[in-house]
Design a protein around this ligand. Structure first.
Ligand SMILES: Nc1ncnc2c1ncn2[C@@H]1O[C@H](COP(=O)(O)OP(=O)(O)OP(=O)(O)O)[C@@H](O)[C@H]1O
Ligand SMILES: [Mg+2]
Length: 242
């Protein structure tokens, strides 16, 4: 069922044979034999335009950052050849989730909002977008042990994206708690696939050090689990806010 849905979407988006098409979006229009492929790429650009109120810049960095994500969602083996997939840090697999590590302003948040909208009609790809701060807030407003139980039940959803892990403050609700540590560990235990993003924690822009720093904050137990939970994808480029 899951595979079928993914294949259905896969038939709409440029696949491994013509993944160059993703590299050169304007080519999609010219070379695509099927209207659907053209429609889907257009769909991403259109949703981006509608949500962000501007055109997606299709420069080399954006294309590389989007390409690895498209190939992942399509379960296209070309995914394993992407240079921003850090296979030296974590063994890549379609069974894992994805952790995007990168600098500020590269589209981590907006792209995952666009994908959330885009995948709404594909049950196997559909996910809900959360921010780490929002999860801390949801935990902090729990008034009873039952509410806390419901909170953890609510993060048992099949697929979820958590933006900006590590940027949230420590939760406080009759005691201090690292909410994200709890949420991610809970999802690990339940074998649920998670998508997440975080910024570099260091001025050297080192992804490995970022993971070490996440481990320092949440503890070695979670640090070790990150490698089993996530494909590590490093976004490239400089901030589009400038
Ligand atoms: N390829 C692009 N073309 C046009 N605008 C872009 C592109 N990529 C990102 N942006 C814009 O740059 C701004 C920053 O994007 P976004 O907030 O998604 O980045 P981010 O990686 O989540 O940054 P941060 O780490 O600071 O949270 C947004 O206004 C977004 O719409
Ligand atoms: Mg962001």
């Amino acid at each position: 069922m899951r595979i079928n849905k993914i294949q259905k979407l896969s038939s709409l988006i440029p696949s491994s044979n013509n993944c160059k098409i993703i590299h050169a979006p304007s080519d999609i229009i010219q070379k695509s034999k099927s209207l659907e492929k053209q429609q889907l790429w257009s769909f991403f650009c259109k949703i981006f335009r509608d949500m962000c109120g501007k055109e997606l810049k299709k420069d080399e960095c954006t294309i590389a950052n989007l390409k690895v994500l498209f190939l992942f969602f399509l379960r296209d083996k070309e995914f394993f050849k992407c240079k921003n997939l850090r296979q030296d840090i974590s063994v890549a697999s379609f069974d894992k989730g994805i952790l995007i590590i990168g600098g500020y302003g590269l589209g981590k948040t907006d792209f995952f909002k666009v994908f959330e909208e885009l995948f709404k009609h594909y049950p196997s790809l559909k996910y809900k977008f959360f921010t780490s701060k929002e999860l801390v807030h949801k935990y902090e407003i729990c008034q009873t042990p039952m509410d806390k139980k419901s909170f953890f039940k609510s993060v048992e959803r099949n697929l979820m994206f958590i933006d900006d892990i590590g940027s949230e403050r420590i939760g406080s609700n009759y005691g201090k708690i690292e909410v994200l540590d709890e949420v991610l560990s809970h999802r690990y235990d339940k074998k649920l696939v998670t998508y997440a993003s975080c910024n570099y924690t260091n001025s050297e822009f080192c992804a490995k050090q970022t993971l070490i720093d996440i481990g320092k904050r949440y503890g070695g137990r979670l640090h070790d689990r990150l490698f089993e939970m996530f494909n590590i994808i490093e976004f490239e480029g400089v901030s589009y806010r400038r």
